[in-house]
Design a protein around this ligand. Structure first.
Ligand code: EPZ
Length: 429
């Protein structure tokens, strides 16, 4: 298994191009199942999760082709991929595929809406929590689906197609909002989704679905209105920039010090995290090129945060912010309110010399003068990258094992950081 070796202590200076958002790319790819036309996605990041989902879509009958590199394309530009689900040949998503990536469960929405039946494996729990699918099942039932669970599979059927209805989500689940919105585009009549998630990736999917012929209003608010149509068509869409990658590199610069342009990204995608970083003492400026991050890397002001659905502080940046707080001048608290088990980075950060104590869903971090390099283990995607940030700021060598988690969600991480002066390399093994 590969590991990452970092010699910490270098400032970061230069430019980091921000990739297309993983969490927008996945539902956009799934939307291709709604039409027999071709959905072309630009700025699609080269990530393990994108590859994995492609395999799952192929299993359902989706054909795809990747455009070759064009003259002038930088090596860090995303790819253009055409997805075409002319015929959905298989309405089953098997356990061996769905269990590898939870978001693949979301295919249930488009497959059921288009084919009037779907047999999708339950995704199971994962490292950060139990992650049930009750909101999806209840929502699809509201749209008229008959659903039973048999041998670990959700078997959904609808005679004559889904029917629009009013759905009130118990909590603003990102996945349930994506799935029910996609399903409702082909339902008969109007669907209202109340308490919908407001993450920018929802609005990005709604914008793509609209290009495909869907009638959606309210995207980005907590009430979505979808007027069902008979058919959707092919379209072209550019995946929006990755706000979590943006926040991650901003926090890395905040901790190591330096001056980095995060190219092609926007502050409004993560305003709450930007505001928090500014409170810690980081200077952040938005220009046409992207976000400029400037930090001294010391005298970091401790700030308390609580994770919240968008527009609050994202749970996907909690681990990275904790890494930053380990070097703050004083005590901070971080409360995780979205997932019940998203503190697995704590013990690994402690191995780097951090002083963190846990009480239920609240971590108390006493800032230390310096972290010291150590051997640590990556446990999930965002936890892994918090260790990279810690390692970049720590004295001496840090070795991060089990880095395959990083490849799920960070495109060319070592290349991007090395180009800004970090000493980071992948050791194959
Ligand atoms: C999405 O996961 C993201 N994944 C996650 O990013 C992110 O952490 C999460 O939203 C929250 O922002 C993708 O976009 C691919 P949820 P999702 O449904 O949709 C509970 C990363 O690192 N819930 O909004 O699975 C659930 O247990 C990943 O990139 C139910 O109880 O998250 C959780 O406590 C990890 N029943 C809360 O809602 C349900 O049926 C929010 O989860 C559905 C959800």
């Amino acid at each position: 298994m590969d590991s990452i070796k970092i010699i910490g202590g270098n400032e970061l200076n230069g430019t980091i191009p921000i990739s297309g958002a993983k969490n927008a790319a996945l539902p956009l790819m799934i939307a291709s199942l709604l039409t027999d036309g071709t959905l072309t996605l630009d700025n699609l990041p080269r990530l393990r999760d994108v590859e994995l989902l492609t395999r799952i879509l192929v299993n359902h009958g989706v054909n795809y082709s990747v455009d070759g590199k064009r003259a002038g394309d930088g090596t860090m530009k995303g790819q253009r991929v055409h997805f075409s689900a002319k015929d959905v040949v298989d309405t089953t998503a098997p356990y061996n595929l769905v269990s590898k990536m939870r978001a693949s469960f979301w295919v249930i929405g488009p497959i059921l809406a288009r084919m009037h039946e779907a047999r999708i494996s339950l995704p199971g729990g994962c490292a950060i929590g139990t992650r049930p699918v009750d909101f999806f099942i209840d929502g699809l039932k509201e749209l008229g689906a008959d659903i039973e669970i048999d041998q670990g599979y959700v078997i959904a059927k609808t005679k004559g197609g889904l029917k629009g209805n009013r759905i009130s989500l118990p909590a603003p689940s990102v996945g349930a909002t994506h799935t029910l919105m996609m399903a409702a585009t082909l339902a008969k009549g109007e669907t209202i989704i109340e308490n919908a998630a407001r993450e920018p990736e929802i609005a990005d999917l709604a914008s793509c679905l609209t290009k495909m012929g869907a009638k959606i209003s309210g995207a980005g608010t907590s009430t979505l209105q979808i007027e069902g149509v008979d058919q959707l068509y092919g379209a072209h869409h550019i995946v929006l920039p990755d706000r979590i990658e943006t926040g991650t590199y901003a926090m890395a610069v905040a901790m190591t010090g330096g001056n980095v342009l995060l190219e092609g990204t926007r502050a409004d995608l993560l305003q709450s995290a930007i505001d928090t970083l500014v409170q810690t003492g980081v200077k952040i400026t938005q220009t046409d090129q992207g976000l400029h991050i400037q930090s001294k890397g010391y005298n970091i002001t401790p700030v308390d945060v609580e994770t919240q659905p968008f527009p609050g502080f994202p749970t996907d940046l909690q681990a990275q912010f904790m890494a930053l707080m380990t070097k703050a001048k004083g005590r901070s608290h971080i409360k995780e309110t979205i997932f019940e088990n998203r503190f697995m980075h704590v013990q690994e950060l402690v191995r780097l010399g951090a002083n963190i104590s846990l009480d239920g869903q609240v971590a108390t971090i006493e800032g230390v003068e310096n972290l010291k390099g150590a051997e640590v283990m990556a446990t999930d995607l965002r936890a892994s990258v918090s260790l990279v940030i810690g390692g970049l700021a720590a004295e001496g060598e840090t070795r991060i094992n089990r880095v395959y988690h990083l490849d799920r969600g960070f495109e060319q991480l070592e290349e991007k950081l090395s180009a800004c002066g970090a000493k980071i390399e992948r050791i194959s093994g």
